[in-house]
Design a protein around this ligand. Structure first.
Ligand SMILES: [Zn+2]
Length: 419
């Protein structure tokens, strides 16, 4: 037997969908504005994997550490190919001051995506959950979080996905509803109790269309105050006589206006803030606020389409600007390998169809400089990035991210002798 209550809850500033991208006509003008701030527009179609909840399995046998060097670029380092796009559009601060409260940030965070509401189970919801998942995966696979490494975070990955379409969330939706949903799912054993969890996880609740705070309909027309929120709750569970738990779990909810670009943008906002200020005592913007958290996404508005997904900019101290990390390299599709014993050469085509072939070392150098190499998966239709992995400190090798699927592995490609 156990009793549980959600004891504590705090709020942070809500995200905004002000410069939501594309689709919706109401945003068309704003999109223009936010794009004017950047000098170079480059579309990206690559860099993501197909949605799969098990993408981040352990490295293949023998691989002790996986390192995608592009994503390991250090703070302020200017390795070729890395780029932080700066924004100075409406709502983008130009002089924010970061305030580090010293609290914990989240690292290597398992994300648990919860799609709440009957709509997600329908045949044709306004935005299918598969699209949201694909966007989340692309955000996590790309460089979006790189500029937040300066605040001490690392990565996040999709740990599990669930659809809760047996009921609808309350509307109007209150913050405690998100915490209570997660607490209930911990109670019924769907998710582990926080102190039994292998890491501090972030639960992200995606709402059905137009379910939101009391003034949601109004704020839809009147940005900047709607969209999403992250916080934590304390899970108290008394299992007599010996087990007393009192642990936090972190959650966020994301508003759904039926616009895929707005959902991904709001998600990115809550993600980067939940990682850098999970409990409201870590990274904030001055003036720090204990109850209405003033965070790095709250002083920025501009969005950018990164790897085909709309994300929101956030404050970067080292740039003194609102940024979206990006890369300016080339994209190479790998179509064949030459592997007498190990992979010696790789070849394929670039986006414009130009054929290429390179020895292994050159591919590695190009990845380190910001280029992307990917394998197209015939089954899922997705593209999987090739990264640099290490058998040990002196033996790097090339591989796609381990995902339990074989059709997108380098070794699944046909062999060819380089010309
Ligand atoms: Zn925020």
């Amino acid at each position: 037997m156990s009793t549980r209550k959600v004891a504590k809850e705090r709020t942070s500033k809500r995200a905004s969908v002000l410069s939501g991208q594309a689709a919706s006509p109401k945003n068309a003008g704003l999109r223009q504005l936010s794009r004017k701030a950047v000098t170079k527009v480059k579309s990206k179609q690559v860099g993501a994997t197909a949605p799969s909840p098990t993408r981040f399995k352990a490295a293949p046998a023998g691989g002790i550490a996986a390192l995608d060097s592009r994503r390991a670029i250090g703070v302020g380092e200017t390795i070729g190919g890395a780029l932080r796009r700066r924004f100075t559009g409406p709502g983008d601060s130009t002089n924010s001051v970061v305030d580090n409260g010293g609290g914990q940030v989240l690292t290597d965070v398992p994300l648990r995506l919860i799609f709440w509401g009957r709509e997600w189970g329908q045949a044709t919801p306004p935005v299918p959950s598969a699209d949201v998942i694909a966007d989340v995966e692309k955000i996590l696979a790309g460089p979006y979080l790189d500029a937040a490494r300066q605040y001490g975070i690392t990565n996040a990955y999709v740990d599990s996905i669930m659809t809760r379409d047996s009921d609808d969330p309350p509307n109007p939706f209150q913050n405690k509803d998100a915490g209570n949903l997660v607490a209930g799912l911990i109670d019924d054993g769907t998710f582990p109790e926080p102190d039994d969890d292998y890491r501090a996880a972030l639960y992200v609740v995606f709402l059905p269309q137009n379910v939101g705070p009391p003034n949601a309909q109004q704020v839809l027309q009147l940005p900047p105050d709607l969209g999403g929120l992250h916080s934590f709750s304390t899970y108290e569970d008394y299992d007599p006589p010996i087990d007393f738990d009192n642990d936090r779990f972190y959650w966020a909810w994301v508003f759904n206006d039926g616009n895929r670009a707005d959902i991904s943008s709001l998600f990115s906002h809550e993600l980067v803030e939940a990682l850098t200020d999970p409990s409201g005592d870590a990274i904030q913007i001055q003036p720090r606020n204990k109850t209405n958290w003033n965070e790095i996404g709250d002083v920025c508005r501009s969005t950018w389409v990164l790897n085909g997904v709309t994300v929101q900019s956030y404050w970067s101290k080292i740039d003194n600007a609102c940024v979206v990390p990006d890369h300016i390299g080339n994209d190479f599709q790998v179509r064949w390998i030459y592997r007498p014993r190990r992979i010696e050469w790789l070849g394929g085509t670039m986006g414009d169809g130009t054929p290429w072939q390179m020895p292994r070392e050159q591919v590695m150098n190009r990845i380190r400089a910001g280029d992307q190499f990917f394998v197209h998966a015939p089954q899922s239709g997705g593209n999987v990035l090739v990264g640099i992995y290490y058998l040990d400190a002196t033996h790097p090798y090339l591989a796609t991210a381990p995902d339990g699927e074989s059709d997108d592995n380098l070794l699944s490609l046909p062999q060819r002798v380089p010309s």
